[in-house]
Every structure is written in structure tokens, then in C-alpha cells.
Design a protein around this ligand. Structure first.
Ligand code: ZN
Length: 169
């Protein structure tokens, strides 16, 4: 499911509003900064997010990155590889458009962390996972850790993410 390209949202109805509400609950419990619909088994193009900067929870429907520039390295994590993070280089700034839950057009110029969140969640809508962004060494490291985990479930002393680690889910 996480590998498919999700479909555009055609109707913003009560069901979608309820779903966003449920996803936000899941996201805050995780805790994560964002959660895309395919991660809860819904193949639709929308995600919820909250950077924790005081703007509250947000929903972006049918998002599209219309422009991006710069380069920025950031230690990025994801639900698909729990408690692991990787330094990933992506564009530093993106201009994203979409629709909010009221059906209004949204246009956001995002930088650094917010730009990273948008790119990460949009990847989920396109069926792209964090592991697809790793270089060969990072991929080997990830496989080794995942293999060790699978074999040695009794060892709780695996490297955990640090406090500053921001997980997008
Ligand atoms: Zn993710």
C-alpha cells in the first residue's frame, strides 16, 4: 500500500474531516510532525501536520510542489524505519499549493523544516519511502540494523533516536 501513488481527493466531505481528525490524534500520539493518508491505509492525496510552532494542526489536500530550490541536509526519520534516522539532502525551499479542509486554495512558501516536512509527506503520496533516498552506505547500515533487530529481539539496547530527533511519520 505504501508503494502506490495515491489518488486526488475529489470531495471534501464529513468523512474526510473525521479522517483528518483521527489522523491528527494518531500523529500527536506517535508523536510525529506529519502523517500522510497512505500511512493509515487511505490511498488519497492529503496529509496532516503540525510543526509545533503555534500555528496548530493543518491539513493539506491535493498538494503539489510547484517550485523548489537550494540544498539542505537534515536528519530525517520515518515510521517505515522506526527509531532510525538519516542525513538526507533535499531542496531547502519549496513552494507548495493545495486545498484546505474548507476547500480554499492554499499557497505556502516553505523553508528548511517545513519545506522538509512537505517533501517527506508528498513522498508518501507518491509511494516513495525514506529508504529510497539513502546512499549505498546508508542503505547497508539500515539493512544491518533492521537485520540485527529481527534476529535479536531480546536486546533493548539498540541505538535510540536522540531527543532532538524529529520524526515525520
Ligand atoms: Zn514518513
Amino acid at each position: 500500500m505504501l508503494r502506490q501513488r495515491a489518488e486526488d481527493v475529489t470531495d471534501i466531505d464529513a468523512r474526510l474531516v473525521q479522517l483528518c481528525d483521527d489522523m491528527l490524534t494518531t500523529m500527536y500520539e506517535a508523536p510525529g510532525l506529519g502523517l500522510a493518508a497512505p500511512q493509515v491505509g487511505v490511498q488519497k492525496r492529503f496529509f496532516v501536520y503540525d510543526l509545533g510552532a503555534g500555528d496548530g494542526s493543518q491539513v493539506l489536500i491535493n498538494p503539489q510542489i510547484v517550485e523548489s530550490d537550494g540544498e539542505w541536509e537534515y536528519f530525517e526519520g520515518c515510521l517505515s524505519v522506526p527509531d532510525m534516522g538519516f542525513d538526507i539532502v533535499r531542496p531547502k525551499r519549496v513552494h507548495i499549493t493545495g486545498v484546505d479542509l474548507d476547500g480554499n486554495d492554499v499557497s505556502i512558501e516553505a523553508d528548511e523544516l517545513l519545506a522538509r516536512l512537505f517533501q517527506h509527506e508528498l513522498d508518501h503520496l507518491d509511494g516513495v519511502l525514506l529508504l529510497d533516498h539513502l546512499d549505498d552506505d546508508q542503505r547497508k547500515e539500515a539493512k544491518k540494523t533492521l537485520r540485527k533487530r529481527a534476529m535479536d529481539t531480546s536486546d533493548p539496547a539498540l541505538p535510540e533516536a536522540s531527543g532532538s530527533f524529529l520524526r515525520f511519520r
